[in-house]
Design a binder for this molecule. Structure first.
Ligand SMILES: [Zn+2]
Length: 313
């Protein structure tokens, strides 16, 4: 990472439900956080108004600050274009950086949200000090990012690290991307609910597993529900298979697991660790540590702010 400039920065994380924003001090300290609902079913003007309102709250003195924005989907970071985003389904090829430059008085730097998460955990969180790291976010979707040889690796088109759509099982369950057997279709939130429903004998979690969240299943597991414990252990095994692939491909210093489902890490990480180490070509003690993410839900806006300070793509 290049030397950090002595400025504060504001980061935005455009999520499906909320736009989270915060101010990062020049020393990398999260100083203040705010959020407003994402106008996900509206056009760009509504989101520009939301981001502008958050910016004014976080920068009341009108200081000269760096600004970064993270968003899910296909982001053209160099041109500040949101090509497509699951959080903004009506948008196509929107030049959001240009639209924000006027109201904010500064052109923000853009980054995919999983890359923002990875950057934050690498610079200030669980992978701090590592020269290589692979970070995963587990939630409704499964995202990821790569740090290779001391820099964020985003690939030729900016979507490197999309581990959620690495195929793991031929003819496996259907994924949101349209393919079958992706990691996301095996360890994402709906996969865990479906697995629990099946293990509990069907119908226990509502129609087709839609009535219960991973958080609810985790509560049942901690209360001793055998089906809930098995659902997380099986999920951990699939995650571990994918991580074994990652280790063979990248051999990183550290693996970081975050996202909403990582609140249940104690229930699936032991199985993931075992599956990762099993049949590793190298002695298992050479496998990297799997660390829970350290920055929680703030990682998205913190990574965007870091990118605003020192654009990495
Ligand atoms: Zn997929």
């Amino acid at each position: 990472m290049s030397e950090r400039s002595p400025r504060a920065a504001i980061g935005f994380d455009i999520g499906g439900t909320f736009v989270k924003a915060g101010r990062l001090s020049p020393e990398g300290r999260a100083e203040r956080e705010e959020q407003l609902p994402t106008p996900s079913q509206e056009g760009p003007e509504a989101l520009v108004r939301v981001i502008d309102a958050l910016f004014r709250v976080l920068n009341p003195e009108g200081a000269d600050l760096s600004v970064g924005v993270g968003c899910a989907g296909l982001i053209d970071a160099g041109r500040g274009l949101v090509r497509t985003s699951p959080n903004l389904p009506l948008w196509k090829d929107v030049p959001l950086a240009d639209l924000l430059a006027g109201p904010l008085g500064v052109r923000p730097a853009f980054l995919n949200d999983a890359n923002a998460f990875t950057l934050a955990e690498w610079c200030l969180g669980a992978a701090r000090g590592a020269s290589s790291a692979v970070a995963l976010t587990l939630g409704t979707g499964v995202g990821g990012g790569l740090v290779l040889d001391g820099r964020l690796w985003t690939g030729r088109n900016g979507f490197a690290g999309e581990i959620g759509h690495v195929p793991l099982m031929a003819d496996g369950p259907l994924c949101a991307c349209g393919a079958r057997g992706c990691l996301e279709a095996l360890v994402g939130a709906s996969a865990i609910a479906r697995r629990y429903d099946k293990l509990a004998g069907g119908g226990a979690s509502g129609p087709a597993g839609k009535g219960i969240t991973p958080r609810g299943i985790a509560e049942r597991a901690r209360a001793g529900d055998a089906a809930a414990l098995s659902a997380f252990a099986e999920t951990g095994r699939y995650l571990g298979l994918a991580l074994r692939g990652v280790v063979h491909l990248v051999d990183p210093d550290v693996l970081v697991v975050g996202g909403g489902i990582s609140g249940a890490a104690d229930l699936f990480l032991p199985a993931a660790r075992d599956a990762m180490r099993e049949n590793l070509m190298h002695p298992p003690e050479l496998a990297p540590e799997i660390r829970p993410a350290a920055l929680g839900a703030a990682a998205g806006w913190i990574g965007a702010a870091l990118h605003g300070l020192n654009p990495v793509v």
